[in-house]
Design a protein around this ligand. Structure first.
Ligand SMILES: Nc1ncnc2c1ncn2[C@@H]1O[C@H](COP(=O)(O)OP(=O)(O)OP(=O)(O)O)[C@@H](O)[C@H]1O
Ligand SMILES: [Mg+2]
Length: 281
């Protein structure tokens, strides 16, 4: 049986103004998976993420992390946040002061690591997110995309077991989006789970082991990246388009140009390779 990081049971969350953002939501998150959370604006994705590292607390229902029910005392939260790192959707909620390097160092310095380890991790995280040239710059002078990368670096440097990213590529140009995605594949390890929300179905389809679809505070789907895109009603409800690679493969199968017994291509390289094989036949 797969080991679970999170087991969420009947989670409901209402905000102070009465908005019910999560409605009796149950979900299991396994260790070692790459998971993409998709859903329309206001579906509850950010609200769910904030429950996973204890920023928000359930109105009702339970969340178990590593088999133990989450509690919200100071010590328990510190322990949880060493293991579960979150990059917020809005970098201004994450970054607080000083220079880029100071900000990225803050989390690792509070983990009780040696000075050498903190420096090594911070240098590595800055290099991976390409913010090294910005390290002495005050946060408030940064562009949105630069802030986003600094926020990612700050959590990356702490090397959490569960790495949660709320729309990591929002605000990033195509080059940096791609770099972040390459980075997420590089850091993924058998016991490290990466969960991200995105509106980029193409990326989710190619990258994720599992896709979760939310709408109106509920989980509509949790499963493999191919079967989700075979459900038109679900896609309409969650405002999702089919990824172009998926749609092209589907059309080619209908036209008899792609064998139905070959695995569905998940990226353009696989699609082109299938096509070449088809032409040779
Ligand atoms: N602090 C708050 N007070 C009241 N309502 C809130 C608050 N934060 C979020 N909401 C509401 O909760 C619902 C879920 O919001 P949430 O931010 O979790 O959605 P989301 O799926 O992350 O959307 P997006 O794709 O736009 O980021 C929305 O209806 C939103 O208006
Ligand atoms: Mg959100």
């Amino acid at each position: 049986m797969d080991e679970l990081f999170f087991d969420i049971q009947h989670l409901t969350h209402s905000y102070a103004d009465g908005t019910i953002a999560l409605k009796d939501l149950s979900l299991s998150i396994k260790k070692g998976k790459k998971i993409a959370l998709l859903g329309n604006n206001g579906a509850g994705k950010s609200t769910l993420f904030q429950h996973l590292n204890g920023i928000l607390q359930p109105n009702s229902g339970e969340i178990y992390f590593n088999g133990r029910q989450m509690t919200y005392g100071r010590k328990a939260l510190l322990q949880l946040r060493e293991q579960v790192g979150i990059v917020f959707q809005d970098p201004d909620s994450q970054l607080f002061s000083g220079t880029v390097k100071h900000d990225i160092s803050f989390g690792p310095m509070n983990l009780g690591w040696s000075k050498e380890k903190v420096i090594k991790q911070v240098e590595w995280a800055m290099k991976e997110t390409e913010v090294t040239p910005l390290q002495q710059k005050p946060i408030h002078f940064l562009s949105l995309g630069q802030k986003k990368r600094v926020a990612i670096a700050g959590v990356l440097a702490m090397n959490p077991d569960v790495f949660i990213l709320d729309e990591p590529s929002a605000g990033l140009d195509a080059y940096y989006s791609k770099q972040i995605m390459v980075l997420l594949n590089t850091i993924h390890k058998p016991h490290k789970t990466i969960i991200l929300s995105t509106h980029d179905v193409h990326f989710a389809y190619e990258w994720a082991d599992e896709i979760i679809v939310m709408s109106d505070g509920k989980i509509l789907f949790h499963g493999d990246p191919i079967s989700v895109f075979k459900q038109p009603n679900l896609l309409a409800q969650a405002h999702l388009e089919k990824p172009w690679v998926f749609e092209t493969a589907e059309q080619l199968q209908l036209m008899g140009m792609l064998a139905t017994d070959t695995p569905f291509p998940r990226n353009k390289e696989q699609l082109y390779s299938h096509l070449k094989q088809g032409i040779n036949i």
